[in-house]
Design a protein around this ligand. Structure first.
Ligand code: NAD
Ligand code: IPM
Ligand code: MG
Length: 361
């Protein structure tokens, strides 16, 4: 499998190195072989080439069967005018490859119920997927801009969805629900926004093709509450770009930490970009304390969805479970009685678990 590895900035580099380590452990002893090409995306690319998404990176991504990404950005670069920093490298990559369907699975590992700040009765058995539309909405709508006329400063963004954009992600949502518990919850703000009125209308129309899937609608504000109060009631949640961004970070806490949440961003072909949901975490970067499991679990999603390697994907997931069951934790999911590991040691532990599960099989 050809993989483009884009570690990015901050802890993106630290956690991606662990996912690569795990892929190499899989390759050992005649396992699947990976051809990995590393490329720059984000501030590191801007610093080296004056562009957060250099042509060479885009080319490597296009040539790949799967893209493994870390995280991009820093608080300082985020606030620079987009035109002075070449826009946002990650958003440009998502758009260029048309990666419209962003799956963010939220699974409460039984081994981690004690690590969450939420009550065990609430999170036990949580197994849902946030499907976030990823290439449209207020992120990409035009016009947009800031007018800095003294005393009359104003700024505007445009929330826009087309029929084709909503319909295709709705289809992806129903199809995902069919592979799971056949429940789809569509989240919008149709009481206020025209884009959401259209969203709800179109999801309802697409539903006619999936009579076997139960559809319901929620407003995004109420959904934020339902997610924390009764998360077990949800199977697949389909929503727009900005609502999905916010809801998925909130949902991450059901798993214990944002460091546990992987994602897959897919287009209409089989190409996918796989990344942890978290960012570059400047507050903990360079300290070897970031949790690499979201990145490692993203690599497992890559093996499954873009590599067609179900057995290897399941092996990686089993290795993560094994390490958690043995009581190993990074600081973000630490609990009394557990053994604390740094980023690299956690990567080593998962790689070792792969070898040991394999030799036991
Ligand atoms: N996909 C991406 O590339 C992506 C996603 C989100 C944020 N960002 C960027 O990252 C930078 C930081 O953003 P932020 O602080 O809002 O979000 P963040 O996800 O980087 O961090 C939020 C909090 O979660 C913690 N955290 C994140 N990942 C962790 C991990 N693996 N292990 C342990 N703790 C972890 C951080 O220490 C921080 O306290 C910004 O520049 C932002 O634009 C990038
Ligand atoms: C870094 C940022 C542009 C990105 C987003 O908003 O999509 C991030 O928050 C995410 O969730 O992937
Ligand atoms: Mg986000």
């Amino acid at each position: 499998m050809r993989i483009a590895v884009l570690p990015g900035d901050g802890i993106g580099q630290e956690v991606t190195a662990q996912a690569v380590k795990v892929l190499r452990a899989l390759s050992a002893n005649n396992g699947p072989q990976f051809e990995m090409t590393e490329a720059l995306l984000g501030d590191c690319a801007f610093d080296a080439h004056g562009d957060p998404l250099p042509e060479a990176t885009l080319e490597a991504a296009r040539r790949a069967e799967g893209i493994l990404f870390g995280a991009a950005g820093t608080y300082e670069s985020d606030l620079r005018p987009p035109e002075s920093r070449g826009g946002h490298g990650l958003l440009r990559l998502r758009k260029a490859l048309d990666l419209f369907a962003n799956f963010r699975p939220v699974y409460a590992f039984p081994e981690l119920l004690g690590a969450s700040s939420l009550r065990r009765e609430v999170i036990e058995g949580v197994d849902l997927v946030v499907l976030r539309e990823l290439t449209s909405d207020i992120y990409f709508g035009t016009p947009r801009g800031i007018d800095r006329t003294p005393g009359r400063r104003s700024a505007h963004n445009t929330m826009r969805y087309t029929e084709a954009e909503v319909a295709r992600v709705a289809h992806a949502g129903f199809q995902a629900a069919r592979r799971r518990r056949r429940q789809l919850c569509s989240v919008d703000k149709a009481n206020v926004l025209e884009t959401s009125v259209l969203w709800r209308e179109l999801v309802g129309e697409v539903a006619r093709d999936y009579p076997d899937v139960e559809l319901r609608h929620e407003y995004v504000d109420a959904m934020a509450m339902h997610l924390i109060r009764r998360p077990r009631d949800f199977d697949v949640i389909v929503t727009g770009n900005i609502f999905g961004d916010i809801l998925s970070d909130a949902a991450a806490m059901l798993t214990g930490s944002i460091g546990m949440l992987p994602s897959a961003s897919l287009n209409a072909e089989s190409l996918g970009l796989y990344e942890p949901v978290h960012g570059s975490a400047p507050d903990i970067a360079g300290k070897d304390i970031a949790n690499p499991l979201a990145s490692i679990l993203s690599a497992a999603m890559m093996l499954r969805h873009s590599g067609g390697q179900e057995a290897a994907a399941s092996l990686v997931e089993a290795a993560v479970r094994r390490v958690l069951a043995e009581g190993y934790r990074t600081g973000d999911i630490m609990e009394p009685g557990a053994t604390r590991l740094g980023t690299q040691a956690m990567g080593d532990a998962v790689a070792a678990a792969i070898a040991s599960l394999r030799s036991a099989a």
